[in-house]
Write a protein that binds this ligand. Structure first.
Ligand code: HEC
Length: 151
């Protein structure tokens, strides 16, 4: 009797473990899919907002305009100053600035009405277009950075 019940308990454990593992794997696949959908939504919204608020100066192609408006495409400034870029969308910037070895010095007006989500969407768009590939810029990170901006 005793000998017989031991393998039974063991096989129940295996079944329960198997089911738990199954759910875990399913959960992982689902959340990966959620992340991808979220990225696509942020990117698409960000593109619309970029066209509305930024492309007049930086151009739809991200190349900027001569010595007046700096490029976002291949911008070393963007690569090295992620937090400053989050801040300047909302609060603007002024003073001397060097992008890819070229000097700019013209004030950029910010768009103070942008919400944390909108800044995250624009950031996701500009950081994943024109050869940039940073991945999703999350709204929580943006919120934290915006709290630290010098305005
Ligand atoms: C009225 C024109 C104008 C608009 C609109 C504008 N910018 Fe700018 N932007 C500038 C100028 C001019 C500078 C350089 C500022 C300086 O010289 O200090 C700049 C600088 C930048 C920089 C840092 C330099 C670089 O090229 O990497 C980024 C990033 C940027 N802008 C992104 C944006 C985004 C995103 C938006 C939309 C939310 C936007 N800008 C809207 C004119 C503009």
């Amino acid at each position: 009797m005793v000998n017989k019940s031991i393998p039974n308990v063991a096989s129940y454990r295996i079944i329960v473990l198997g089911i738990a593992l199954g759910f875990t794997l399913m959960g992982c696949t689902l959340s990966q899919k959620d992340e991808k959908t979220k990225f696509i939504n942020y990117f698409r919204q960000g593109e619309q907002l970029y066209i509305k608020h930024c492309s007049n100066c930086h151009q739809a192609s991200g190349t900027g305009l001569g010595r007046v408006y700096p490029p976002l495409k291949d911008s070393d400034y963007m690569k090295n100053n992620f937090e400053a870029v989050i801040c300047l969308m909302k609060y603007g910037m002024e003073g001397e600035l060097i992008v890819n070895g070229v000097q700019y010095n013209q004030a950029m007006p910010g768009v103070p009405s942008l919400t944390d989500l909108e800044v995250a969407e624009i950031a996701t768009y500009i950081y994943n277009s024109w050869d940039n590939s940073r991945g999703l810029v999350g709204v929580k990170d943006v919120g934290q950075i915006l709290n630290t901006c010098n305005q």
